[in-house]
Each structure stands twice: as C-alpha cells, then as structure tokens.
Design a protein around this ligand. Structure first.
Ligand SMILES: [Zn+2]
Length: 201
C-alpha cells in the first residue's frame, strides 16, 4: 500500500458502479414514487455501514414503531433502518409464519449452514426488480429486541433469507450485489392482476 499525499479527500460514501446500471423502465417508475418514506437506490445512506445502537431507549422504540408501520404500509416482509434514512443497526421483519413482527437490534449471524436459491428476492428500495440470490439455508443469529433483551434464534428458509437480506442493508450491501446478474428482472405486469411478485424486503 502506498500513501498518496496529494490525493483529494474522497467523499464519505462512493456508490458502487452497479447502482448506476440499475435504471427502472417506465412501467415501474410509479412504484419508485410510492411510499416516499422509503429511500430508494441511489441514496448514499443505503451504502453506508450503519453504526450499532448504543442504548435501547424511547428513541429506539419510536424508530422501531415507525419502521413497522412503514413496512406494513409497503406490504413488505422486512425493513432495515437505513431504508427510512436512519443509519443504525435495526431491522424488522414478518416472515408470515405466525410469529408476528420480529425486531432485531445489533444483529450478528453466529453461524450459517446450507444453501437456498428460492424464491427470488426483491427490495423495497429497488421497487420492481427481482433476482436470484444464493443465501444460507439456516442461521443462528443473536440480536437485541427493542427493550434491550438479548435473543438467540435458529431460523431457516424464508426467515433466514429475510434476515440475511436485512442484515446486509446494515452493512451497505444490497441484493443486487449478490444476485446472479442474468437473473435480474423487472416485474413489468401485462395486466395488474395475477402477476407473480418476489418477496420485497
Ligand atoms: Zn431490501
């Protein structure tokens, strides 16, 4: 490594090249204007590594409450704090398996096993795009809840996929970074009903 003294100071976050290659076709542009509370691809906050939550306090609980409301409004499976413009290590999700909304603060994946490639993933910050993303099939993950209680979970399948997607958001990583490039597809409905949609997180 060399140090170049005359090098200009680089901006805090530089957007990866892939971000500029993603351009929504006219048919899905209305989706990018929906739910303005959710920041969309191109916003530098999505590419930051979020700092950990230091204290679970009323502010944390208010952020969690707001995230759950916005996730429900967007009909999403999960939502990470950077997606509402807050760079902090919190995400919420509901895998629809009857456990209700789960909150993970300062989550850490302790172990990963296996491989899953279905279903294709989408993201509320990149509306209308889906792609095939290889993910671990099972995880052991530790995190705090909104009251600061430590929890350890073993999860698999869709729940494990959502957690990996959301945890990536906390590290400035998006599903397009991991997706098979040939699998990236815009969901352009021929009619408004019955078209398949990837889970959106
Ligand atoms: Zn996402």
């Amino acid at each position: 490594m060399t140090i170049e003294k005359d090098k200009p100071v680089v901006a805090e976050v530089s957007l990866p090249n892939i971000d500029s290659t993603i351009s929504p076709p006219p048919e899905v542009q209305f989706m990018w204007a929906e739910i303005p509370e959710i920041v969309k691809l191109g916003d530098p906050v999505l590419r930051k590594v979020a700092p950990p939550v230091r204290h679970c306090n009323k502010e944390t609980q208010a952020t969690v409450k707001r995230m759950i409301e916005i996730m429900r409004k967007a009909n999403g499976l999960g939502l990470a704090a950077p997606q509402i413009g807050i760079s902090t290590r919190i995400f919420v999700y509901d895998a629809g398996e009857g456990d209700g909304v789960q909150v993970m603060i300062n989550p850490v994946i302790q172990s990963r096993k296996g491989l899953q490639t279905d279903p294709p993933e989408g993201c509320l910050s990149i509306p209308g795009l889906q792609g095939v993303v290889p993910r671990a099939e099972t995880l052991r993950v530790t995190a705090f809840d909104e009251r600061g209680r430590s929890q350890t979970k073993r999860v698999s399948g869709l729940e494990a996929r959502i957690i990996q997607h959301e945890l990536d958001h906390l590290d400035g990583i998006l599903f397009i970074d991991h997706a098979d490039p040939d699998s990236l597809t815009w969901l352009v409905d021929d009619d408004d009903e019955g078209a398949p949609h990837a889970p959106r997180e």
